[in-house]
Design a protein around this ligand. Structure first.
Ligand SMILES: NC(=O)C1=CN([C@@H]2O[C@H](COP(=O)(O)OP(=O)(O)OC[C@H]3O[C@@H](n4cnc5c(N)ncnc54)[C@H](O)[C@@H]3O)[C@@H](O)[C@H]2O)C=CC1
Ligand SMILES: CC(C)CC(=O)C(=O)O
Ligand SMILES: [Mg+2]
Length: 345
């Protein structure tokens, strides 16, 4: 149950379709919370336009203000006019790291009425618990002898016992509320240092949860089962890179990344958590008004659940499900989908 009466929400639409889907999500969030508490929104002009106009990516004063919010609603980051990585690292990953959002929570659910590319998808309903602050995304590494034929580039995957243990415990706790099954996904047959540590962490944490079954898959095999037998999964626990890749695949399997929401959770509540669709800024369709805002809207349900507004979150989920059942197969603009879902609240 929510405890406070006033909530401050940072809104970062970002780039590309992020700017198109975020207003639809925010409208749903505002409507769903009408009368239950006061939600104050602060818009942050961060992303490619800001960077191209004044060279700033995430100024310290913005970060400090964001730290004081209760939650963050983010669209997507990345623009073809800006060198790859500048905004992704300097804005998105900086937020995840600075706010210690170590749980990257990514549910994959096949909504009734959505057409999966799988012939026999079965009942797909699993959650990927992806570590959010470590692994190959830390930015450790570098390049020597750049722009010579002898260039060597390294990316170092940093995995700490502390980091793996806290996310593993979260995954087992989540499994207790679900089908009590955790699958660790890694590549321990090759990444023998990190993979072995992750397995030992999971074996230790599992002892605290005797009711939860756990197994292991190498990531390459996991990609097979996500398309051949996705209903076998309940909670997938994995590292930052594998989780990123697997969740896009899972998104495709449940009808498209436009249906896949996520939360970057600071489970200790020291800093605000951030909610965003799993997809990016989709430059190939940006500006056309055709992006699916459903993932962004479902992200607001995750935001509300995080703040303790379970009932309001359920209403958003139900509105999305009803919308898909009735109109999922019709061609609609981003705004039409947003309006249709809004009308059901
Ligand atoms: N969380 C974030 O902010 C993320 C940012 N990115 C950034 O986004 C940019 C584009 O990356 P891509 O690799 O193209 O991935 P992407 O997820 O933006 O797009 C991949 C494909 O999915 C489609 N798609 C994505 N969202 C959709 C939606 N809501 N409705 C309908 N179709 C949708 C796109 O049109 C595209 O064909 C890059 O700059 C990348 O770094 C990528 C992933 C996550
Ligand atoms: C753009 C990246 C920083 C990450 C990504 O693709 C994701 O978190 O899904
Ligand atoms: Mg991704």
């Amino acid at each position: 149950m929510a405890e406070k009466k006033t909530y401050n929400i940072a809104v970062i639409p970002g780039d590309g379709i992020g700017k198109e889907i975020t207003p639809e999500a925010q409208a749903v969030l505002e409507k769903a919370t009408e009368g239950v508490a006061e939600f104050n929104y602060t818009d942050f002009d961060l992303g490619a336009e800001r960077y191209l106009s004044d060279g700033t990516i995430l100024p310290d004063e913005d970060l400090e203000l964001i730290k004081k919010q209760d939650a963050i609603l983010l669209g997507a980051v990345g623009d073809p006019r800006v060198k790859a990585g500048i905004l992704e690292r300097g804005l998105l990953l900086k937020l995840r790291f600075a706010l210690d959002q170590y749980i990257n929570l990514r549910p994959s659910k096949l909504y009734k009425g959505v057409t999966s590319p799988l012939a026999n998808p079965g009942d797909i309903d699993f959650v990927v618990v992806r570590e959010g602050t470590e692994g190959l995304y830390c930015g450790a590494g570098g390049a020597v002898r750049r722009n010579t034929p002898n260039e060597v580039a390294t990316e170092v995957s940093i995995n700490t016992w502390f980091g793996a243990e806290r996310v593993a415990r979260y995954a087992f706790q989540l499994a207790m509320k679900r089908k009590k099954h955790v699958t660790l996904v890694h590549k321990k047959n090759v990444l023998t240092n990190a993979g072995d540590m992750w397995q030992r962490v999971v074996d230790k944490v599992a002892q605290e949860f005797p009711e939860v079954e756990h197994d292991y898959l190498h990531v390459d095999a996991a990609t097979i089962f996500i398309v051949t037998d996705p209903s076998r999964f309940d909670v997938i626990l994995t590292d930052n890179l594998f989780g990123d890749i697997l969740t896009d695949e899972a998104g495709a399997v449940v009808g498209g990344v436009g249906y896949s929401a996520s939360g970057n959770i600071n489970a200790s509540n020291e800093y605000p958590s951030m909610f965003e669709p799993i997809h990016g800024s989709a430059p190939d369709i940006a500006g056309k008004g055709i992006a699916n805002p459903t993932a962004a809207i479902l992200s607001t349900a995750m935001l509300l659940r995080h703040l303790g507004f379970d009932e309001q979150a359920e209403r958003i989920d139900a509105a999305v499900q009803a919308d898909i059942l009735e109109k999922g197969s019709t061609q609609r603009t981003t705004h039409e989908v947003g309006q249709d879902i809004l009308a059901r609240l």
